[in-house]
Design a protein around this ligand. Structure first.
Ligand code: F6R
Ligand code: MG
Ligand code: MG
Length: 369
């Protein structure tokens, strides 16, 4: 039966150059990405695709039947980003190839590589999915909304009144420092879970499954977080795939947490906290202090691998108030200038001059103990 076919939804993203500065990819890059993926679809490597972007990141949304971590799919994404890099270089765009070439200089910490979120599923009779894409933040940004969506009945009444969700969900959480994953079941372990999720710079939700049948419900792009030269590099502008409806959270339950523009890491130089502003596709252009951080939500129906959509889910005046609150929070935080908690703690900043300053001033510290 066609509906029993195993389908893979892969979202692979990278920043390979933008205009002006770290604002948005040039349309020629998006066009090139479309051409590359169209060629792969013609060769039947892909069933379907959609090229999207949030801020300066290009998101390749792809369906196929090859499972997760399939080398030709990953190579296709890599080659597509290489092609886009060539276009970016020819236009002298900013940060051309920045997420691909470890030695490409843009002033950022290098070598993070593309972000990946993939899930294999058996398409239900009707299969709605929501793909969240963010810029100027890290995968830890998903912790609060994912908790609310899958474990907080004040957000998701389905946890109380939908028989298929009532047993709860199981969260896989990555400790990015130890590179270890723990699974915790909700509701019974939710206080343990919150102890980890609250520390979103270190612990990040990687995957969520429905407890009743272990069905995959959500995946986030935590798997490429890397340590470079002993330093954790985590702000890789994350994506997240969430299945919706019919025993999964409703689309409205998935979007509801974003009515609160919570604080996330990654604003200006990856070194500041800022509110995550939910915006329509055309508003995903971080200009104020290179931000504030943005999130877009693309809704699709899958039809035997065909992507019907995208629907621009935050293109709704119902999110105007969240955007206004985000601007108010941004004003408030900005007034802190270089002071914490607007600026991140010393060991979490992506940029620092501390070693330079310390080597100059070390001898001027006089012991008072
Ligand atoms: C944040 C971001 C920007 C840059 C900033 C400095 O994630 O992308 O805020 O960090 O514009 O960029 P460089 O060092 O490339 O001049
Ligand atoms: Mg950039
Ligand atoms: Mg970005």
């Amino acid at each position: 039966m066609a509906q029993q076919m195993k389908l893979t939804l892969s979202v692979i993203k990278a920043d390979v150059g933008s205009v002006a500065g770290h604002n948005r990819p040039h349309p020629d890059l998006l066009k090139r990405a479309e051409e590359c993926l169209a060629a792969a679809k013609a060769k039947r490597l892909l069933l379907d695709f959609c090229v999207s972007r949030c801020g300066d990141d290009i998101n390749l949304i792809m369906t196929h039947s090859h499972g997760v971590s399939h080398e030709p799919i990953h190579r296709l994404a890599w080659d597509t980003f290489m092609e886009c890099t060539r276009v970016a270089k020819s236009l002298k765009l900013y940060g051309a190839g920045q997420d691909l070439l470890v030695d490409a200089f843009s002033g950022n910490v290098k070598g993070m590589g593309p972000g990946v979120a993939e899930m294999e599923l058996i398409e239900r009779p009707s299969e709605p999915v929501v793909i969240l894409m963010a810029d100027k933040t890290s995968p830890g940004a998903w912790n609060l909304p994912l908790y609310k969506i899958f474990a907080d009945a004040f957000n998701t009444p389905g946890l109380v009144i939908d028989p298929k969700m009532h047993e709860g969900f199981i969260f896989s959480v990555l400790d990015v420092k130890k590179k270890a994953v723990i699974t915790l079941a909700c509701p019974e372990e939710q206080y343990d879970l919150l102890m980890f999720l609250g520390a979103h710079g270190r612990y990040m939700v990687r995957e969520i499954r429905r407890k009743e049948d272990n069905e995959i419900a959500a995946v986030a792009s935590t798997d490429v977080l890397s340590e470079i030269a002993g330093k954790y590099v985590g702000k890789d502008d994350p994506v997240c795939i969430i299945r919706a409806q019919a025993g999964m959270p409703a689309v409205g339950e998935i979007l509801e947490p974003f009515a609160f523009p919570h604080l996330v890491e990654g604003w200006m130089r990856g070194s500041h906290q800022g509110p995550l502003m939910p915006v329509a596709f055309h508003q995903a252009n971080p200009t104020r202090f290179d931000g504030p951080p943005r999130v877009i939500a693309a809704g699709f129906q899958l039809n035997q691998g065909t992507l019907i959509g995208p629907i621009d889910l935050f293109d709704d005046p119902a999110y105007d108030e969240a955007r206004r609150q985000a601007n108010t929070a941004a004003d408030y935080l900005r007034r802190h200038g270089p002071f914490e908690p607007h600026r991140l703690p010393l060991d979490e900043m992506e940029y620092t001059t501390m070693p330079m300053i310390m080597s100059k001033l070390r001898d001027r510290f006089k012991s008072v103990g």
